[in-house]
Write a protein that binds this ligand. Sequence first.
Ligand code: BTN
Length: 320
Amino acid sequence: MLEKIIKALKVQDKFVSGEQLSKSLGITRAALWKKIKTLREKGFRIDAVSAKGYKITKSPEFSIEELNTLITDTIWKEIFFFEDIDSTNTTAMELAEKGFTHGVVVLADSQSKGKGRRGRIWFSPSKSSIYMSVILNPGIEPKDATLLTLLAAIACAQAIRNTTGLDIKIKWPNDITLNGKKLGGILTEIKSDTEKIAFAVIGIGININIAPEKFPVDIKAIATSISEHTGATHSRTLIIAEILKNIERWYNAMAKGEYQTIISGWKKLTSTLGKRVSINANQKTITGFAEDIDNDGALILKLDSGSTAKINSGDLTELG
Ligand code: BTN
């Protein structure tokens, strides 16, 4: 019901009369008034003008009800929302094990055990970032799973570009960056039989409204948030909706076998290729020139010796 009211009242620059609205929703004027009150308590600014009706003039920075209104015509049919959770990835993996399938989304306001790549903890302060995991059943072979991470990185970079206008880049393999600092990351986990992926969980963490001084000391110098750059508070609702729409679009390309479209989409957004880089993996550092990525997302590195190395994973620093 709240979703229907949000949808009806978000028609730009138009008041909707209380009579018309209560009629179309099949509720009394008194019941409608109660719902309007609930929406106001949830942070919506709703103008009420006599003889004209109601209009939403401002949305809160996050609303699960508003998010549902923005993704009605998509594959994302079910969103599990938690105020606090250990990790959206862990929960999504558990839900997938229980039979929840393609198109299920797990979202949280905060995480107590957010997981980063390479066993790290993902900094997950309350109500200031996106913590989201989606379940997919791509029916692809485990060797092609990297495509999921690549397409999610493109989807996130484009979504943040579209909603904020910021020059978002992707640093290999899947860091979402802004001015060379880390804004977000992606952690894909899969369960596979030998032949095919049974299910995949793509976990996305994006720093939205975090003041720079709030980052822990160990990541302060390398992490950033959208609000740090714009000086404004951004709507998590709009960015999440845009990310979900973009994941669907790029997922459809993958489902049609358009793997090259994904690889070239990633290349258009990366800051890594064409730079001298150093990569840290298994306590070793390799330095070279980042030439390309192959169809598995591996980095092709031209070493100083003149030979070429293929790197599958690691922590990369762009040297310029
Ligand atoms: C990285 O280290 O770059 C990947 C970070 C991925 C973090 C996200 S937050 C939502 C989802 N749930 C988790 O526990 N991790 C991912």
